[in-house]
Design a protein. Structure first.
Ligand code: HEM
Length: 469
């Protein structure tokens, strides 16, 4: 049964008014939303934590929300939720305004095409040294060595991205705490007593160590050794009269935003490619060909090249990243209407009242066979010829992801380095081939992007390759 609301969208029934659908949603957000969509249609209302959300899951509706023709939506509730949950920020209302009015324009400038040339050299150099360290291990063993995919990808990107952003004084040993926070994000969001204890401890430890880092590195109005982007972010936060834990918490929120999605997407990309013999061969051939034709067959030469010389190379790999985003991203955006307005969905115009909260559920759109044929299958070349049917994994309109260029770069670079240096085979913990047998994502941890289960990590059994010649 469903009831119809003023806005015309059916409401998912619940017995407890405040808790609403929170329990079912928290158990498996994607499954719950999918069941609701099948039952109530592509636009429905549900209640989470006392608030009513209108979930929109059709292409026209999402486009209408992202375009926001009447400029009637703001993104504050999403940032408020993340700043409170991830950064433990107390004056989150103020931080939210600082984030959207001052920090996002900085990200646009510093991670745009020009800014990337300054931002990526230290990322590239650090990533190379991390993959070379792994190569030294692989080389030492005559039968090759298993690379645990999630820890390797997580630690490498955590190190290299933070090196680019914060420089060598960053507390890199905080990776384990970051990992706990990212893994148990849903507990940080829900703050269920007792269950959240471990994750809250990790969160507080990492915020404290970021606070110590800022004290240590802050000198002459900037962060020693850090990028212009991060130095200015910290400078703006410090000038805003927030107390120190809120500054460190806001910095952690920013750091988490830079890292979580790229790590998850790189993991699934590696798994999807290695799970498919043809994809593995084609990606390896492309890596070899592009390196040979444009960078003298030398990974170091590619890593030293200007961003725009590398950006358009490796088109098949780029398409595979987009394909991974199509298959791995669930919901992306939250909007609050600050005026009465309307959106257009596949079933027509829908009134939106001031104060309504809208959630974009893009997964069903990405899995619609009318738009993406054979949607359950990973087709690495799909976005080579379906560019016009672009996915919505980076959002759209005014709030399109400001770190898009950087995100695509980091994901591609790690895959290129791995395919350039190693021959890899997907195996499980016992060393048996895992091809065709990928463990499913962890439903409770897959809040926005699929996240693998803990303890079920896959391995790439790696042997060295010789690129030159
Ligand atoms: C594969 C990795 C990534 C994915 C899938 C992703 C996805 C998204 C999505 C869907 C949005 C739109 C949210 C909305 O409409 O409210 C967004 C916004 C944003 N992203 Fe990313 N992102 C990624 C990486 C990054 C990175 C590395 C940064 C670097 C700082 C970044 C910075 C931002 C910023 C600043 C916004 C806010 C834009 C605004 O509201 O104006 N993202 N991202």
């Amino acid at each position: 049964r469903s009831s119809t609301t003023k806005g015309g969208a059916p409401t998912v029934p619940s017995l407890l008014p405040w808790i609403g659908n929170t329990i079912q949603y928290t158990k498996d957000p994607a499954k719950f939303m999918n069941e609701c969509r099948e039952r109530y249609g592509s636009v429905f209302k549900m209640v989470l934590g006392g608030k009513s959300f209108t979930v929109v899951s059709d292409a026209r509706g999402l486009d209408s929300i992202f375009r926001d023709r009447h400029r009637a939506f703001n993104v504050h509730p999403a940032h408020l939720r993340i700043a409170k949950a991830v950064g433990g920020v107390k004056r989150a209302d103020e931080v939210v305004h600082i984030i959207s009015d001052r920090l996002f324009p900085l990200v646009t400038r510093e991670l745009g095409r020009e800014g990337m040339n300054k931002f990526i050299p230290s990322f590239n150099a650090d990533l190379l040294s991390l993959v070379e360290a792994m190569a030294a291990r692989v080389r030492n063993s005559s039968h090759g060595a298993p690379i645990p995919l999630m820890p390797f990808i997580g630690k490498s990107l955590y190190h290299a991205i933070n090196m680019a952003a914060y420089g060598p004084l960053y507390p890199f040993e905080s990776y384990d705490d970051f990992e706990v926070c990212d893994f148990d994000l849903i507990l940080l969001l829900s703050r269920i007593p007792f269950l959240s204890r471990r994750v809250v401890q990790s969160q507080q430890r990492i915020i404290r160590s970021l606070g110590d880092y800022i004290d240590r590195a802050w000198s002459g109005g900037q962060l020693e050794g850090a990028s212009v982007l991060t130095s200015e972010v910290v400078s703006i936060l410090k000038d805003s009269n927030l107390d120190d834990p809120d500054v460190a918490g806001a910095v952690f929120t920013f750091t988490w935003g830079m890292l979580s999605n790229p790590i998850r997407i790189t993991y699934w990309l590696m798994v999807f490619i290695l799970n498919d013999a043809m994809a593995t061969t084609r990606i390896r051939e492309e890596v070899d060909r592009e390196l040979r034709d444009h960078f003298g067959g030398d990974l170091k030469q590619m890593l030293a090249a200007p961003f725009t010389d590398v950006e358009t190379r490796f088109p098949l790999l780029e398409s595979a990243v987009h394909e991974t985003m199509r298959m791995g991203i669930l919901q992306t955006a939250l909007r609050e209407a600050h005026a009465d307005t309307e959106i257009y969905t596949n079933s027509g115009m829908m009134q939106v009242q001031k104060g309504d909260l809208l959630m974009t559920n893009i997964y069903p759109v990405h899995m619609d066979p009318e738009t993406f044929s054979d949607p359950e299958t990973f087709r690495p070349d799909r976005f080579l010829d379906e560019k016009t049917r672009a996915h919505m994994g980076f959002g759209g309109g005014r709030h399109l992801c400001k770190g898009k260029l950087f995100a695509l770069h980091v994901v591609k670079m790690l895959v290129i380095l791995c395919f350039g240096m190693f021959d890899m085979e997907l195996v499980d913990a016992s060393g048996k081939s895992a091809v065709g047998n990928i463990p499913p994502a962890d439903p409770r941890r897959s809040v926005s992007v699929l996240r693998p289960c803990s303890g079920q990590t896959l391995y790439a059994h790696a042997k060295m390759r010789d690129l030159k010649g």
